[in-house]
Design a protein around this ligand. Sequence first.
Ligand code: KG4
Ligand code: ZN
Length: 341
Amino acid sequence: MSEPVVLGIESTCDETAAAVVRGRRLLSNVVASSMDEHARYGGVIPEIASRAHAEAFVPVVSKALADADMTIGDVDAIAVSAGPGLAGCLAVGVSGAKALAWAANKPIYGINHVIGHIAVTQLQFGPFPPDTLALIVSGGHTSLLHVEDVARHIDVVGTTLDDAAGECFDKVARLLGFPYPGGPHIDRHAQAGDPHAIAVPQGLTQGKAGREHPYDFSFSGVKTAVARWIEERQDRGMDIPVDDVCASLADSVATVLARKAMRGCEQYGSRTLIVGGGFSANSQLRAKLLEVGAEHGVEVRVPELRLCTDNGAMVAMLGVNLVEAGVAPSSPDFPIDSAMP
Ligand code: KG4
Ligand code: ZN
């Protein structure tokens, strides 16, 4: 099989998505989101998201196949996110994918969503050079990973000890009155603000005692400091300089992410840094990473926006990697794992 064709299915959170990848070529990419239904609750409601997946699954998968000019018989394998994510949401996508694989007699791979965020960059930048590092930042995870072999072995270099970066932005955004998800609103306002207007602490600049490496992240203190600053001013009836708050927060988070990523690249001798996850859409982070990457001689691979957020292409691309590496498909009873490491 020279260029495997894989159908990827994604349902970890509020996006029902499917895509077809042949080798390193994206043939189709369909995403349906239930985001609008969650906005008024200030966060994703698992029950609503699961129901939306059940409704969208067949139309989204059908469209992904049709856009690729294929039927299910034309694909070599099906890949589906088995975790981490919301259990009810995962159950819908995995059950649908298993039914499809069973009916069409195709091999199925239950994959790790976070590794999908790494794999997807190959569609834009090609294969990984040796000793590639990946910074995956989203609403639920902030991880620095060493990509030894994307199909078989990924090392965790550092991870978040409390809030993920996206979570921190979303919580501050709520205090500022922005609808969920607040990250993009902070991004927009930050572009008009002064990043040095407010002293925001930089989360966990040193490694925590007892951990071997200084690459872990902590954004809970950052969030609390900004929240306290806002609330104190609100209590005194003072105006909140929204643009400056957003710019200062964004600068602090981007600076610490970029610094630790570069320190990791030095430690591992990496000349390539892959960036992924919903938060990698953040313009302050993208700019900061490109800047420090140029200083350190590290090629920073930040994918185009539609590949940063959750999609089926990331799942299909990782599926292709697994097929190419000769990894055995998952057994028909493979479980979902909402806390997959
Ligand atoms: O990877 P993703 O789509 O879903 C998860 O797996 O969590 O990431 C969503 C997160 C949210 O916290 C959202 O606020 C954040 O990514 N986000 C942003 C931006 N776009 C999305 N945060 C800051 N700036 C952005 N432009
Ligand atoms: Zn994600």
